[in-house]
Design a protein around this ligand. Sequence first.
Ligand code: UDP
Length: 241
Amino acid sequence: MENYSKILGFNIYNNSISALINDEIQWNDKKVIVSGNPEVLYSGLNDKSLYHYFKSKNSIIVPDGIGTVILCRLKKKVLKEKIAGIEVLTSLLKICSEKNKKVYILGANKDILNEAVKNIACKFSGINICGYHDGYFQDTDKIINKINGCSPDLLVVALGCPKQEKFIYENFDKLNFNIAMGVGGSIDILGGKIKRAPKWMINIGLEWVYRVIKEPFRIKRLFVIPKFILRGLKEKENGRK
Ligand code: UDP
């Protein structure tokens, strides 16, 4: 598959973010964009159904996170650049505002989500946010009905990993959308609750250090990075170990 490099059984998109947005993502095809950071991919390795979903033809996995980039480099796989989930999200929002596409946002807490919706509407003028709901709900079917009520072109799901991935894939056939994406803490960033790292830290792959300084509880989650890299290095080229 052109434009994809295989690691740990997953096809990782290996071209630039602009090629992804302009060429790879077709809005007439039901696709899920997966932020392929070590935490997300590791949860795929440990969950049979997620593994199957991540590998399905409906998924586009982007190399989000320095751990994924390091593993690709160590395994000498083609990879143009790291593609941060939040950058994919903002590029998609831009396209939605320019091409009058509908967006539904699900996730984060009510106050942050309200702020994020205001900020998105301000930053991407004319954007059609057809609906939104916070991420603390009990009745999944009711949420699915709300989403389907406006059939969004872009469904943004911010429930953290792996909850957001499970929500999208387990309800894939029931949900009406063109593109869906699990975006983790991106709504918290767009809602002004947390900041992204300074550009120089992002550029040298140290965004995760910044996140741990700001939110020390994330330290436990970082252990998945070396585990993921080691697992990838132990992998035999013609199959998973
Ligand atoms: N969240 C949610 N419902 C839940 C659990 C989490 O809406 O049941 C939201 C949470 O408020 C936050 C986002 O999911 O806005 C994900 O946060 P986290 O920082 O854990 O995601 P990461 O970026 O680490 O994947």
